[in-house]
Ligand binder design. Structure first.
Ligand SMILES: [Zn+2]
Ligand SMILES: [Zn+2]
Length: 146
């Protein structure tokens, strides 16, 4: 990761997840990579700049299919669902209480140790969701308007 993914990377990702390669799937995957933490509305906009005829429902369906390993869905409280392509590392998020901006935060102590609960109550745990809340730099710098 880190470098810009290309169409052939996206095709490989879809095949690796046993998903048929379709143009809407490629376009949604590209949109999620280009716009981390975008909501469905923004993803539809980005996909339509490439595939104008794609329906809302098609994008919803693709997003649902992609969350099986290629896309992570997060939903901070009082936010709409957001999607990101950074999967598998159990990173956390910091959310601005004022404007809703979201940024990635790495695990506090290294490599997904947050999965190791001190008492798992017998559950098989595969994800730990941590959300830090605060005020983003832009909002902190903006003069109070309310
Ligand atoms: Zn903000
Ligand atoms: Zn993230």
């Amino acid at each position: 990761m880190g470098s810009v993914a290309t169409a052939s990377d996206f095709e490989r990702m879809l095949r690796g997840a046993n998903l048929r390669v379709t143009r809407p799937r490629l376009a949604v995957l590209a949109a999620v990579h280009a716009h981390p933490h975008a909501d469905t509305h923004s993803i539809i906009g980005a996909v339509r700049s490439e595939l104008p005829a794609v329906s809302h429902q098609a994008v919803y369906d693709v997003l649902r299919a992609l969350t099986a390993g290629l896309v992570r869905r997060i939903q901070p409280s009082s936010s709409v669902a957001r999607y990101e392509a950074r999967v598998g590392d159990n990173h956390h998020h910091v959310v601005c209480r004022s404007c809703g901006a979201i940024a990635d935060v790495d695990c506090a102590v290294g490599n997904a140790p947050c999965l190791t609960a001190t008492g798992d109550q017998g559950f098989s745990i595969d994800e730990a969701e941590v959300t830090y809340w605060g005020v983003c730099p832009e909002c902190a710098a903006a003069p109070a308007t309310r």
